[in-house]
Design a protein around this ligand. Structure first.
Ligand code: TXA
Ligand code: MG
Length: 316
């Protein structure tokens, strides 16, 4: 297996050097692992799309170390500033108009006039951005359409040596991708539910978020029907699994199950376990995996969003 690099001052310096030379470095964030490259280097960004087998029309998130750095890349309307001040560093991605002088590769935003920006709440991620000396474009570090990576071992299993380095920061604390909010002319809209619940974002905004498809022509891969998909078929809202069918439980569960997202019914714990448990059950090689119902409140909305897409019919 590809060798993982523990996070140390030396490996961070080496990782920063690799990024500056146009390399690919996978790194931990508080949400999921990212597959990073210099966001200003078109060739390096193209390598991300190739390694992930990601369609070129699907733009990437640019990671920066501060709001100041973000404001040099995008234009922040008043509501965007309010959200950045409330949630950064953290699991919120803001899609704002891109500055003409941003210096970002056009590939990063797939030709859109906007850019997706985030300041991660993770010491190693922030140290890497500083060591690289500039913005880092990074999608989730998984093969396109498959289950996201919340441990360095998942990244190695998906990519092996098609990346230059994998920084191992242990399991990701949140385990779900960032929430994505677009600051469109029609008002702020939620493009992807994520590790910060929509109601927390609405509380700061003082108004409701529009939903995806409310006018904007913006696309988010998290919006695609089939995504986060294991090899097995997923059956959702199951209380009684079929004989010998792997079963992913939630809360107190009286029937046979293979693992439990959270025996105490804690949605935070369930989010942190979701992708690792799906990968583990998928490795059993069964035809289908049954998943217990998850309450649709708070983080449950993002968990159910991922499960629905993982269960959706696949293209091809
Ligand atoms: O938590 C996260 O957000 C992780 C970590 C690594 O930061 N990243 C992540 O990236 O989930 P990815 O590529 O898997 O998802 C990024 C999403 C995609 O759905 C993409 O379509 C959307 O962001 N996106 C990026 N730029 C956009 C833009 N300009 N307009 C609309 N959507 C955009
Ligand atoms: Mg992804």
């Amino acid at each position: 297996m590809f060798e993982l690099s523990p996070v140390t001052a030396e490996t961070l310096a080496e990782a920063g050097h690799l990024i500056r030379k146009g390399g690919l470095v996978a790194f931990p964030t508080e949400t999921v692992y990212g597959l990073g490259a210099d966001a200003r280097d078109g060739k390096a960004v193209a390598r991300i799309f190739a390694a992930k087998r990601r369609p070129r029309f699907n733009p990437l998130i640019v990671h920066v170390a501060s709001l100041d750095a973000a404001m040099r890349l995008g234009m922040f309307p008043r509501e965007a500033l309010g959200l950045a001040e409330a949630f950064w560093p953290g699991a919120l991605t803001l899609v704002v108009p891109r500055r003409e002088d941003s210096g970002l590769s056009d590939l990063v935003s797939a030709g859109l006039p906007t850019v997706a920006l985030r300041v991660p709440a993770h010491d190693a991620a922030l140290a890497l951005i500083r060591a690289a000396g500039g913005p880092i474009a990074a999608p989730s570090a998984n093969i396109s359409g498959r289950i996201s990576a919340t441990r360095a071992e998942h990244v190695a299993a998906d990519f092996g040596d098609s990346v230059d380095m994998i920084l191992d920061g242990g399991p990701c604390a949140a385990g779900l991708e960032s929430a994505i909010v677009a600051l469109a002319a029609a008002g702020p809209a939620l493009l992807r539910a994520g590790a910060i619940p929509a109601e927390d974002i609405e509380r700061v905004l003082g108004r409701q978020l529009g939903q995806v498809g409310d006018g904007a022509s913006i696309q988010a891969s998290g919006m695609m029907q089939s995504h986060y998909a294991p090899r097995a078929q997923l059956r959702l809202d199951v209380n009684a699994p079929r004989p010998s069918e792997p079963f992913l439980a939630f809360g107190a569960c009286p029937v046979r199950h293979d693992c439990n997202l959270s025996a105490s019914g804690d949605l935070r714990e369930a989010a942190a376990n979701l992708f690792a448990h799906l990968r583990m059950l998928d490795a059993l090689g069964a035809e289908s995996i049954a998943v217990a119902p998850i309450p649709n409140q708070g983080l449950g909305e993002a968990i159910n969003d991922r499960l629905r897409r993982a269960a959706a019919p696949r293209p091809h």
